[in-house]
Design a protein around this ligand. Structure first.
Ligand code: ATP
Ligand code: LTN
Length: 328
């Protein structure tokens, strides 16, 4: 299995954790697991070089602090394995222009003024993502619900390549969802929580307790004062209930019962406590990992070696299937 998380924004947020990283930690033992930082994807929107470098290290440290163990899984940085970009070129040549134009993430990001004018890199982003997945012959790709369409494209490209050039790629199985898959922005519950939206609506894993409490206190709630899940009429409070349930392990129904007759204020105060309690141990481990640069370096060196070996094998098979003349 394989998955990735971008080194952008101010670190990972609760959506990344509940929709992706938490599952990765649980899956590192049952699978031959590859986790990587897609820095090639990150530059599809403008990045400051020094910040990107720092954030890439920090993103790796966050994964290790969240519980990934370099002895039990492969952690690496995308740009250190050049086969990703090489395979993306080949896959781009079997991707329809119309097919790529239908990707909703492109449509969304290309319309956001703060990200600058849309680039060809942003347009071909999903093709690079398909290359990431197919290089490692991944069966499973645990991602949040927002990535479902990119996974479908990956399956289509794998099938198309195999049909035209002979069996080369494993077709990854469809994405399997679960609660907590789509955490919404606290200020605008119609949008998913995202590294590229303003920080007030985003719970960062590195936020300190006072900031966390403030963000939750000022989360947009809905008309009325009943703590009840109703995605259509009460998207704000529904999102907060889902976050609570995902972190506390209680069911939404149980929480609704508990808060019956009490207002939003009580619920938000308790939720802030639940979030702080969940994040404090993570933050402690993160400072320890960041304080030990050789641990991160060693993890990345091993990860790159292991990833390169698999990637080189797949790319050689692809080049042969396409008809490229081998170097002598
Ligand atoms: P951006 O919004 O700037 O593209 P992002 O916050 O979506 O960034 P990514 O690095 O692109 O972060 O995503 C990493 C993983 O986190 C992916 O598997 C993605 O599906 C998941 N994820 C991202 N946002 C959410 C969310 N709000 N709820 C659940 N899962 C999420
Ligand atoms: N687009 C993904 C990040 C990503 C990814 C991948 C995830 C890039 N390549 C390959 C899984 C597999 C996102 O989460 N926004």
């Amino acid at each position: 299995m394989l998955s990735g998380i971008q080194p952008t924004g101010s670190g990972s947020h609760l959506g990344n954790y509940l929709g992706a990283v938490r599952r990765w930690v649980a899956m590192q033992d049952g699978f031959d697991a590859f986790y990587f930082i897609p820095d090639l994807h990150a530059i599809t929107v403008p990045q400051d070089p020094a910040t990107l470098r720092r954030r890439t290290r920090e993103a790796v440290a966050e994964l290790l602090a969240a519980g990934l163990d370099p002895e039990r899984c492969t952690v690496f940085v995308q740009s250190q394995v050049p086969e990703h970009a090489q395979l993306a070129w080949v896959l781009g040549c079997i991707t329809g222009y119309g097919e790529a134009s239908r990707m909703t993430q492109f449509k969304d990001k290309s319309n956001r003024a703060e990200l600058g004018p849309a680039t060809v890199g942003l347009f071909t982003y999903p093709v690079l993502q398909a290359a990431d997945i197919l290089l490692y012959q991944a069966d499973l790709v645990p991602v949040g619900d927002d990535q479902r369409q990119h996974l479908e494209l990956t399956r289509d490209l794998a099938q198309r390549f195999n049909a035209r050039s002979g069996p080369t790629f494993t077709v990854p199985s469809g994405y399997v969802g679960q609660a907590g898959d789509r955490v919404m922005d606290l200020q605008d519950p119609s949008r998913k929580m995202s590294k590229s939206l303003p920080p007030a609506g985003t719970i960062y894993l590195q936020d300190d307790p006072a900031v966390l409490a403030k963000k939750i206190r000022s989360a947009v709630t809905d008309a009325g004062r009943e703590v009840r899940a109703d995605p259509a009429a009460k998207p704000g409070i529904t999102n907060l209930l889902i976050i609570h349930a995902a972190l506390s392990g209680r069911s939404v129904a149980d929480l609704e019962q508990d808060y019956a007759g009490r207002g939003y204020g009580d619920f938000k105060r308790d939720l802030a406590e639940v979030v702080v309690e969940a994040l404090t141990p993570f933050q402690r481990r993160l400072s320890a990992v960041l304080g030990d640069p050789t641990y991160v370096d060693q993890a990345l060196r091993r990860g790159r070696e292991k990833a390169s070996e698999v990637a080189a094998g797949t790319l050689a098979a692809v080049h042969s299937a396409v008809g490229f003349l081998p170097a002598t």
